[in-house]
Design a protein around this ligand. Structure first.
Ligand code: CU
Length: 458
């Protein structure tokens, strides 16, 4: 079994500079035929960008023949630096946002975000992981040795043809449910295993899949100790049996391998996948009857690596969100799939919308006051949708009438909406009419199909 490798680390801490180039490439995923792919600074995916608070001068060059952008998913930067659909980089051109990073340590994500091209271009490779660090992980007792005891894991699922070429042929079902593949990729690698020291290991998950919702667990009942959500650290580790991770979400967990035994990371089936997604409400029962679980990544202990951390930390220093004090507007969002007549022919594509309206680049859907906390109630009548808001972090208050799942109690910027989810959202960063922020479903086929809106903050 090949050994899992990390994306190259692009550390901006000394230089305060970040150079990315969107490039065409060729990638041999299965040891058979090569697939034309795209990536940042390499043939497929991009480096892990490490940054800390302070000025960061980015320079993104586009060497592809079509427009791309770089959305910093999870970075709290103003709309003009956010890299959304209004900030395309034309072929041969560059984009140079002079950013100021000021936020808690976290694992984030970056990817192209051109309207109606996001799904196909992220699928082909234009995405990567990002980490904001404050250099104080030793004080927290956390593993921080990149690629040794601190692993970045970009999770993606893909399909391949009989020649071994990666394919992206969308059926009506794929548009409807989002595209799911039958082959698991971690950091662009198929069938690899991680080798780690005999101690506590940190896993930074980035769900970079177009649509797949993972229900991650370790075999033999070993817990995953959740230490950070999208927006950063929890106060203390929380032991989970299952960690659900929808597209666009990130989570950091610790796994204890100090007994030397290997661990296999697995995932349960995707609640939206195939015919099962159509009967959504009873999927829990179906999962019990039909085991749809699969291997995400085996972890084996390598005795040559000396463990640095051998105990679970107690105090991570994070704070849970408590935004209840000063809530302004309440807004309702329904994530629509245009059923009822819309299923036939091209009507279905037009059915993907929010509050009955498909995304329109020319229409500002909302105007939010800077500094406001708003109550956003997001509902779905069909399938589960990961709802992402640009330039803001939120507290999940209620999920389907209950307290939020444990993995949704920290600061979030993306959350999976099944029936109804209530959020308190804090808007601290500005976005103009020229470069508004987006809110959207992070199933990329849904986003491209129109399940997106845009707003200003000022
Ligand atoms: Cu969706």
């Amino acid at each position: 079994m090949p050994r899992l490798t990390m994306p190259p680390l692009l550390d901006t801490i000394e230089t305060g500079k970040l150079e990315l180039v969107a490039l065409p490439g060729r990638t041999d995923f299965l040891g058979k035929e090569v697939t034309p792919t795209i990536g940042f600074n390499q043939p497929y995916l991009g480096p892990t960008i490490r940054m800390r608070n302070g000025p960061l001068a980015a320079n993104v060059r586009n060497e592809l023949d079509w427009q791309v952008s770089v959305h910093w998913h999870g970075l709290m930067v103003p709309g003009e630096h956010d890299g959304g659909p209004h900030l395309p980089i034309s072929p041969g051109k560059q984009w140079q946002p002079d950013m100021e990073i000021r936020q808690a340590p976290a694992t984030a994500f970056y990817h192209t975000h051109i309207h109606e091209r996001t799904a196909v271009d992220v699928y082909a490779g234009l995405a990567g992981a990002l980490q904001i660090t404050d250099g104080r992980d030793d004080e927290r007792g956390l593993p921080s040795n990149y690629g040794v005891d601190d692993l970045t894991l970009v999770l993606q699922d893909r399909r391949f043809d009989s020649q071994g070429r990666m394919t992206y042929d969308l059926s009506m079902m794929d548009v409807m449910h989002g595209f799911t593949g039958d082959t698991m990729l971690v950091n662009g690698q198929v069938g690899a295993a991680a080798a780690v020291p005999k101690g506590v290991v940190r896993l930074r998950f980035v769900n970079g899949s177009n649509a797949r919702i993972y229900s991650l667990f370790a075999d033999a009942g070993r817990p995953l100790h959740l230490i950070a959500t999208d927006g950063g650290f929890l106060p203390a580790p929380v032991a989970l049996e299952i960690l659900r991770l929808a597209p666009g979400e990130r989570a950091e967990v610790l796994v204890d391998l100090s007994d030397g035994r290997p661990v296999t990371l697995m995932s349960g089936g995707d609640p939206n996948e195939g015919a099962i997604g159509m009967v959504g409400r009873v999927r829990g029962i179906i999962d019990q009857i039909m085991d749809r679980s699969f291997v995400v990544l085996p972890l084996a202990v390598d005795d040559r690596l000396s463990p640095r951390i051998t105990e679970m930390p107690r105090d991570l220093g994070g704070k849970l969100p408590k935004l209840n004090g000063s809530v302004g507007n309440t807004r309702r969002f329904s994530l629509d799939m245009g059923m009822g007549g819309g299923m036939m022919g091209t009507g279905m594509m037009g059915g993907l919308a929010i509050n009955g309206r498909a995304f329109d680049m020319q229409r500002i859907d909302l105007e939010v006051r800077r500094g406001a906390v708003e109550r956003w109630i997001v509902g779905s009548s069909m399938l589960a949708h990961p709802f992402h808001i640009h330039g803001a972090v939120f507290q999940v208050v209620r999920e389907n009438g209950r307290d939020p799942r444990p993995e949704n109690r920290g600061w979030k910027d993306t959350v999976l909406v099944e029936n109804e989810t209530e959020l308190l959202v804090r808007f601290n960063h500005t976005a103009s009419r020229e470069t508004p922020y987006m809110y959207h479903c992070h199933i990329l086929e849904h986003e491209d199909g129109g399940m997106m809106g845009q707003f200003t903050v000022g």
